[in-house]
Write a protein that binds this ligand. Sequence first.
Ligand code: BGP
Length: 494
Amino acid sequence: MPYQLPANFLWGGATADFQFEGGFNEGGRGLLSHDFETDGSLKIPRHHTMTLPNGEIIKPKSSFFLAEKVPENAQPIFLEDEYYPSHKAVDFYHRYKEDIALMAGMGFNVFRFSICWTRIFPTGEEEKPNEEGLAFYDNVISEMLKYGMEPLITICHDELPMALALKYDGWSSRHVINAYLKYCKVLFERFGDRCRYWLTFNEINAVRGFGPTGVRNPDGQDRYQAVHHMFVASAKAVKLGHEMMPGSQFGAMYAMSELYPASSKPEDVFHRLQARRENWYFIDTMGRGYYHPYVKEIWRKHGVKNIKMDSDDQILLKEGQLDFISFSYYRSNVTQAGDPWFNVGGSPNPNLETTPWGWSVDPLGLRHVMNEIYDRIQKPIFIVENGMGAIDEPDQNGNVQDDYRIKYLRDHLRAMADAILIDGVDCLGYTMWGPIDLVSLSTGEMKKRYGFIYVDMDDKGKGSLDRTPKKSYYWMKKVIETKGAYLNDDYPTP
Ligand code: BGP
């Protein structure tokens, strides 16, 4: 079947504030938990820098997948000999006009970005929002609309005002729901007339650690309690958003790698079902509006004794259901009976090639995931992150010939088109992760690049920060221009 996607299909890119903006102490912005995260690599995990009352420095691991405990009396501290990538990131804060123009040059009709909570409420609890922060996003949105780019706004991308983390133990407290709602209301008031698509949380099924949730003991009981509060916060935001902005569309975003049983042994296949439910837990509850019976078994496995709920929480979940389901897809993994429950994501798929960061490349897995979600929830879906983190070496003229990225994207876009055109999946759009190179979330590196546009900067923030389109930029421009027809075999492929 020829690849030709509907005229209203949304094509674009996706970013997150603390990986992209920089300007961490400008415009009245308050501190985020991420501001205290160092850089790292595949071998050396990123860490927070903190201090104890006796002056001792501690460095808890900041990986958002791992549950690392943070002592109750630890306070964040900046150390002179550490590099903190969020502080400068790649400087979108000062270069947004140039960056948006570059993205518009590829024909993007959507751009997903996240609003930095502490630009709007520096500690999360001020009575009035910070006007300078609102003005920044106002300018960003106006600039996008100038080029016909639809905003897709992530309200909270794995982040929390540091003040809320320290004061309330983050999302383990219901107080944070009120702070989040206050923040949402301001965004809806200011931007609601111009922004239709909203995501309440990013990868809510993956966030566990202190960085994104502010929970110091993110195991079992506390984690699932925090997640319940996030479910309620999301539902309230959706309800409020629908009231304040008729016609608005709400999603939340889930990390959805493909997951296969390691073999056809019944035990492995059943284990896969159970491991997958660790993700369905989030999508089902928010997408269908209620906790399913299987959640009891999940709580039992994680040592959860009791989730405290207010009497109207269940009604809220129902009323604040999502309009669409959005997700990130990068790779596939395998799982087998006996794998520990903290490793629900599985291990790299041995049948596939991997990226330099060990992520298995699996385009068909994307088609499978799209079908799985759509079959289950029967609401439109939106692929809001996908892409290949690779090492790009500019040639002597400063150009990057990234044929490997073109191949990765071509194969994934074809799989996506198959799911839409052959399987009948209702998919609103596709936003490639990091259209302009930005800081990696998992490792804090700069050399793990995703972009169509090269940024001259190294892992320690050195470089001119100049932007240069890569070969993939011109390729993707053609794909968008032809609404996917450029994916057909009659066009040149690398
Ligand atoms: C997702 C996050 C993004 C992003 C992406 C790529 O988990 O939502 O913030 O960074 O993954 O991951 P990484 O940056 O670790 O390569």
